[in-house]
Ligand binder design. Structure first.
Ligand code: SF4
Length: 383
């Protein structure tokens, strides 16, 4: 899989969107457009871990002009999974259920423990590469099996598809799926925010269509440009976004037309919304986001692990986070209020091998990405 989660492009295709000559031309466009803002840089936010990966991996941030600042928002689905949601999965595993989930979720801390901690003590926690694999595992046994479902609307479509495909009765879903557009509202309304435009994720928009951002733009008066994940996709998206900011034209534009349409994938949307409905929910370290979570509709209640095991989940134990975890500023990083390097633990007590916060666990977490591509050797210092 490519960084975008889409199928990898053929070699020629990849090179076409990594052409250094075109990249330099786009950087010159950005430099000209933002020169008057050198003292007060244009501030843009992307809301996608795959965009941060592309920006860091190809060294784009260092090449951007002085008049442009690109900050990472809440774009990592693993990172925004709230600690109490992880606690629920840990509780079910500790009760003896088989809990299956994506590999990135294993080490994400709950209030005090992760699924990896529970597994180390004998709980049955297993990694799967797809929800379909979890359903196959349920078909092959008689015992209760819970799929801890995380990810944004792109991933939720796959969960919806298996629930529409008549899964076995011993299969249930603990949904921690999140829906991106509502959290953009929260970020745009944060006191003191200086974000003048948003770069939206091309893969999510493949499902939702670019039109999903039109109400947001109408409400907040800031432009949104949908962009892909090759370096030229990102630079072209930024160039278009800067142009819209400069002209004072708040509108949605699609800079990823080879994958995204205005309407999106109608069939996938029908499946998504026939199984899930939006509900208020907490995003880790940010806040409660109205309509930011995806919960199962009443018609699918028999597959809802929260209902099936309600008695065990009613009051799960929530020990206080460790003193080290209390220093984690993941929430500020995901809200674009802090950079990983602002955190005293970054590269010291918190590294990919010893993650303290969720942003250091996932390959889409900003702290993990900055650590991987930032050239910061671990300092090996314990706080
Ligand atoms: Fe949290 Fe670690 Fe990132 Fe600091 S470096 S904000 S502790 S994940």
């Amino acid at each position: 899989m490519s960084a975008s989660g889409l199928a990898p492009p053929a070699d020629g295709e990849a090179l076409r969107f990594r052409d250094p000559v075109r990249a330099r031309a786009l950087l010159r466009v950005l430099e000209r457009a933002t020169r008057p803002r050198e003292a007060d840089p244009v501030c843009l936010m992307h809301v996608c871990g795959s965009h941060e990966q592309a920006i860091a991996r190809f060294g784009l941030r260092a090449a951007l002009p002085k008049g442009l600042r690109v900050i990472a928002g809440p774009g990592c689905p693993v990172c925004v999974t709230d600690a109490p949601e992880v606690d629920e999965a840990v509780t079910l595993a500790e009760r003896g259920l088989r809990v299956l989930t994506y590999g990135d979720m294993l080490r994400v801390p709950g209030s005090a423990r992760s699924l990896a901690d529970a597994r180390a003590e004998g709980a049955r926690v297993e990694v799967v590469y797809s929800v379909a694999q979890a359903v196959d595992a349920a078909r092959a046994c008689d015992e209760e099996l819970v799929f801890f479902a995380t990810g944004f609307e792109t991933t939720a479509v796959a969960t919806a598809a298996v629930l529409l495909g008549d899964p076995p009765p011993n299969f249930s879903v603990l949904s921690a799926h999140k829906y991106i557009p509502p959290v953009m509202e929260i970020v745009a309304e944060m006191p003191g925010t200086r974000i003048e435009g948003f770069l939206a994720a091309g893969h999510a928009a493949t499902i939702t269509g670019s039109a999903v951002f039109e109400p947001f733009v109408a409400r907040h008066g800031v432009p949104v440009v949908v962009a892909g994940f090759e370096p030229l996709d990102v630079l072209a998206g930024l160039a278009r976004l800067v142009e819209l900011v400069r002209r004072g034209e708040p509108r949605v534009e699609n800079a990823f037309p080879r994958c995204v349409t205005r309407e999106g994938n109608r069939r996938a949307q029908e499946r998504l919304w026939s199984v899930f409905e939006p509900a208020g929910g907490c995003w880790r370290g940010i806040t409660r986001v109205p309509n930011g979570n995806l919960r199962l509709r009443p018609a699918f209640v028999r597959f809802d692990a929260r209902r099936r095991f309600e008695a065990w989940l009613r009051d799960p134990a929530r020990p206080a986070p460790s003193p080290l975890a209390q220093q984690c500023v993941c929430g500020d990083v995901m809200a674009g209020l802090a950079s990983p390097s602002d955190c005293a633990l970054f590269g010291r007590s918190c590294t990919p091998a010893t993650p303290v916060g969720a942003c250091m666990v996932s390959s889409e977490g900003t702290c993990r990405i900055w650590h991987q591509y930032g050239g910061h050797p671990d300092l090996g210092v314990s706080a």
